[in-house]
Every structure is written in structure tokens, then in C-alpha cells.
Design a protein around this ligand. Structure first.
Ligand code: ADE
Length: 262
């Protein structure tokens, strides 16, 4: 997969040299190219922002450098246009399902806005040339799209074949399509069996795979009930067996039906 990132802070992306993504880049699985937006400015101060029409606080990113940057980065596209990702708090929620779909794309371009955002004509112009997605990584406002881009790139890149050491682990993630409904993952343990007075649950040492699977599902149900009641409420009743329903009932009794996320 090829990824181009356009930003006024190329240094922000140093983490993409590390760990799994660094290795994927070194091996050629991932071709990530950084571009400094200011290289498409033409004034002495390399200006990328200006005051908003209509008034209001803050500054808006000027369209001209963005237009030139997108033209230059996609110049060698031919018929294979990239998908443009615009991270913004006003975008569509970024989810594991969307990460999965993006991981099947051959080429992504990220445009990292700062200040109050990019002049809206840039997205409209880009949409005439390529598919465009505005994505939000959560209901909070970051200082710019750079950290959101890091999040999206990591979530997408780890799904590429050959990037994770163990292909199974992506399939078993919380929220993975086809994973245990939409349950979050329960607790995990490794050696030693006894640590600071705490023992690993004995079922995990039993060698009884059926019992281990049942215990993992119980724990996933408990944690989902506690931390993500809205996910629990969305599970169709016919996806829950009698044991599931018993575990959920107990979890509700322990925390109270209204206060589970508090
Ligand atoms: N830029 C600023 N806040 C953001 C958010 N929550 N998601 C994506 N991009 C952003």
C-alpha cells in the first residue's frame, strides 16, 4: 500500500519509522511518503493560513497550497487515483470496519488540516478527481489532523497481510468484523502463574479449550456490560445463549442497569 501524508509538520510522523510500521516500510510492504505543505507556498513567509470569511476566531488554511499539493502528489496517478482522507472532528466516525475497508485500498492520501480547518473548496475540488472521506477519530477536538492521521495509518497498516506477526491476532481484535459480536476483549495473562499475590485464573491452565472459550466469552460480556453498555444493548437477543444472558444479568446486578459506564 502507498500512503502520502501532506502536513505542515512532517517531523510529527517520526513514529512511523518504529515497530511494526517501521518494519513494514523497510520491507517494502508499505510505501509512506511525507510532504511539507509549505513547499507549495510562494511567499517569503510560506503562508498557509488566513482569516476566515464571515469573521470568527482562528485562521483557515488557504486553498492554493493545498490545491497545488494535491495536484503534485497525485500527478503520477494515471487511472489509479488514490482515496483522499481528510481527518476532521466533523467527519464520519472512524471505526474498525472502516479501517478494514481502507486496508484494501492500494493508495491513500492524508491531508492534515490545522487551525480552524482547510478552506472547504479544497475538498470539493478533490472530490472531482478522487474519492474523498472526511473521518473523525472521536468526539473531541485535536489541535490538528496529524495525530488523527497517525491513529488511522496505524489501525489500517496493521491489517495489511504480513504486517502483524500473527495474522490471527487481528481477526480476534475487539470490533474485528466477525469477532465475538461487538464485544470488547476480556483480560489476558502470561507467566508467572502467581504474581504479587495474584493468580492467573485456573481455567486458563486447565487445557480445556471449551472451558477457556466459555470463560473468555463470559469475561468479554462482563467487560462490555461494564464499559460499553451501548454495545451490549445493540447485540440481537438471538445472538445470546442462556449462559450469556445469565452473565449479563449478574453483571447488571453488580453495577446497576443505569450506572454501568460510571
Ligand atoms: N482533527 C481535529 N480533531 C480531530 C478528530 N477528533 N478526528 C480527526 N481529525 C481531527
Amino acid at each position: 500500500m502507498r500512503i502520502d501524508i501532506i502536513t505542515i509538520f512532517p517531523d510529527y510522523f517520526a513514529p512511523l519509522d518504529l515497530s511494526l510500521i517501521g518494519k513494514a516500510r523497510a520491507s517494502g510492504l508499505l510505501d509512506i511518503r511525507m510532504h511539507d505543505l509549505r513547499s507549495w507556498t510562494h511567499d517569503r513567509h510560506n503562508t498557509v493560513d488566513d482569516t476566515p470569511y464571515g469573521g470568527g476566531p482562528g485562521m483557515v488554511m488557504k486553498p492554493e497550497p493545498w490545491g497545488e499539493a494535491l495536484d503534485a502528489v497525485t500527478a503520477d496517478a494515471g487511472p489509479n487515483v488514490p482515496r483522499l482522507i481528510l481527518p476532521t472532528p466533523s467527519g464520519v466516525p472512524f471505526t474498525q470496519e472502516r479501517a478494514d475497508r481502507l486496508s484494501a485500498e492500494p493508495w491513500l492520501v492524508f491531508a492534515c488540516g490545522r487551525y480552524e480547518g482547510i478552506d472547504s473548496r479544497v475538498a470539493a475540488y478533490a472530490a472531482q478527481q478522487m474519492p474523498v472521506e472526511e473521518l473523525s477519530i472521536g468526539d473531541y477536538v485535536l489541535a490538528g489532523g496529524e495525530s488523527a492521521t497517525l491513529v488511522i495509518v496505524e489501525a489500517v497498516a496493521r491489517l495489511l497481510p504480513g504486517v502483524l506477526g500473527n495474522a490471527e491476532s487481528a481477526a480476534q481484535d475487539s470490533f474485528a468484523p466477525g469477532a465475538m459480536e461487538n464485544l470488547v476483549e476480556g483480560p489476558v495473562y502470561t507467566k508467572p502463574v502467581l504474581w504479587r499475590g495474584q493468580e492467573v485464573p485456573s481455567v486458563l491452565l486447565s487445557g480445556n479449550h471449551g472451558a477457556v472459550e466459555r470463560w473468555r466469552r463470559d469475561e468479554a460480556l462482563r467487560k462490555t456490560a461494564r464499559n460499553r453498555p451501548e454495545l451490549m444493548a445493540a447485540i440481537p437477543a438471538d445472538h445470546l445463549d442462556r449462559r450469556d444472558q445469565e452473565v449479563i444479568r449478574e453483571a447488571r446486578l453488580q453495577t446497576g442497569p443505569e450506572s454501568m459506564a460510571d
